[in-house]
Design a protein around this ligand. Structure first.
Ligand SMILES: *Cc1c(COP(=O)(O)O)cnc(C)c1O
Length: 390
């Protein structure tokens, strides 16, 4: 079991670099070695040096797991082969007959695994249709065991009041799980706001370089930590040592990268807002955004993800094909700008009627601004928008 160490002693910026005790005790190496081993020599029957088998535990992974626990201010961290492996393992805490409430524009893969996998095992879900905590209290039936939130939720960047929702959920004995991928602990710390479990796709801002796929979980309750450790070992979707190393390395520069991502996002959102070809901008960092006030209470700023729609009279194919710098690609949070078309890409696994009902239109575009020079990003967008006019 992990204990809070660096995270209690130092500020977050320092913990990004020193959290999780990264010094190698044996050699003094300032970076944790990649312990590329499946097993560990035991000194006698029942006598090991803390590691037995790398599904159960690996020293490189352990540093990452302690690091994310330090960063989120939790008791224990767990690293998985992907964000979806992390989500699947957390959902495995529940059993047939249990019900989980999810945000209405939750990550497409989360919806898909609930609808196509866990439903077959008798775990049901309810989609939360409103960001009003009053509404939540009405849909919590006796079988509800957990509430799974994202704020901002993707791709409309809608904001949920994590503190208010946690309060309502806890009054009814419901656990609160927050997917904090879009914010990271640098911008938002859900456990401090009342959540019980935090999930990350480490593939995005934490890794930050579009070069790995990983998932992380942090819990702050001893019983949850024991059950998660059991499930991680029992189901086995663990992160490999090399990818653990890469993720630790990515996390070291999280704050400097994110400062630039956010600065660029703000400039780009202002540009889009003032562009006559753009009908809608979704960015909780803009004061005009409906989520601005709540987001400002719970997060450091609006993060770096933006969605927008072009007015009628634009050809979307032509828009995407005219981009020269920004890559049309799934994923987000890398140093390079990425753009996608949610209705056919990231959110294609959500049925069309649900997509339409929550506002994921076919004209919606999602942008993950990178840390390139912001003028270059804006010029690329501006050129593609002009080219797409029909
Ligand atoms: C990408 C993503 C996931 C899934 O993570 P993978 O690493 O792709 O498996 C989960 N939640 C959110 C919010 C994401 O953006």
């Amino acid at each position: 079991m992990n204990n809070l160490r660096t995270g209690e002693k130092y500020s977050l910026n320092t913990t990004l670099i020193h959290g999780g005790n990264q010094i190698d005790e044996r050699t003094g190496a300032v970076n944790v070695p990649i312990y590329q081993t499946s097993t560990y020599k035991q000194d006698g029957i029942g006598k090991n040096r803390g590691f037995e088998y790398s599904r159960t535990g690996n020293p490189t992974r352990k540093v990452l797991e302690d690091l994310i626990a330090d960063l989120e201010g939790g008791l224990a961290g767990f690293a998985f082969a992907s964000g979806m492996a992390a989500i699947t393992t957390v959902l495995s805490l529940y059993k047939s007959g249990d019900r989980i409430i999810i945000s209405h524009n939750v990550y497409g893969g989360t919806y898909r695994v609930l609808d196509k996998v866990f439903k077959n095992f008798g775990i049901n879900y309810t989609i939360l249709e409103s960001e009003d905590p009053e509404y939540l209290s009405k849909v919590i039936t006796d079988d509800v065991k957990a509430l799974l939130l994202e704020s901002p939720a993707n791709p409309l960047m809608s904001i949920t009041d994590i503190r208010a929702f946690s309060k309502v959920a806890h009054e009814k004995g419901v656990k609160v799980i927050v997917d904090n991928t879009f914010m990271t602990p640098y911008l938002q710390r859900p456990l401090e706001l009342g959540a019980d479990i935090v999930i990350h796709s480490g593939t995005k801002y934490l890794g930050g370089h579009s070069d790995l796929v990983a998932g992380l979980v942090v819990v702050n309750d001893k019983e949850d930590a024991e059950r998660l450790a059991f499930l991680q070992n029992a189901t086995g979707g663990v992160l490999q040592p090399f990818d653990s190393f890469l993720l630790i390395r990515g996390i070291k520069t999280l704050s400097v990268r994110l400062d630039r991502h956010v600065e660029n996002a703000y400039r780009i959102a202002r540009y889009l807002e003032s562009n006559d070809d753009v009908s809608k901008v979704y960015y909780p960092g803009l004061e005009t955004d409906p989520g601005y006030a709540v987001n400002s209470k719970q997060a450091k700023n609006g993060g770096a993800m933006i969605s927008f729609e072009l007015k009628d009279g634009h050809d979307l194919n032509r828009f995407f094909e005219s981009l020269e710098l920004i890559n049309l690609a799934e994923s987000l949070g890398g140093v390079e700008s990425l753009i996608c078309h949610p209705s056919t890409m990231t959110h294609a696994s959500i049925p069309e009627n649900i997509r339409k009902a929550v506002g994921i239109t076919d004209g919606l575009i999602r942008l993950s601004p990178g840390i390139e020079d912001v003028e270059d990003i804006i010029n690329d967008l501006d050129h593609a928008i002009r080219e797409s006019r029909v």
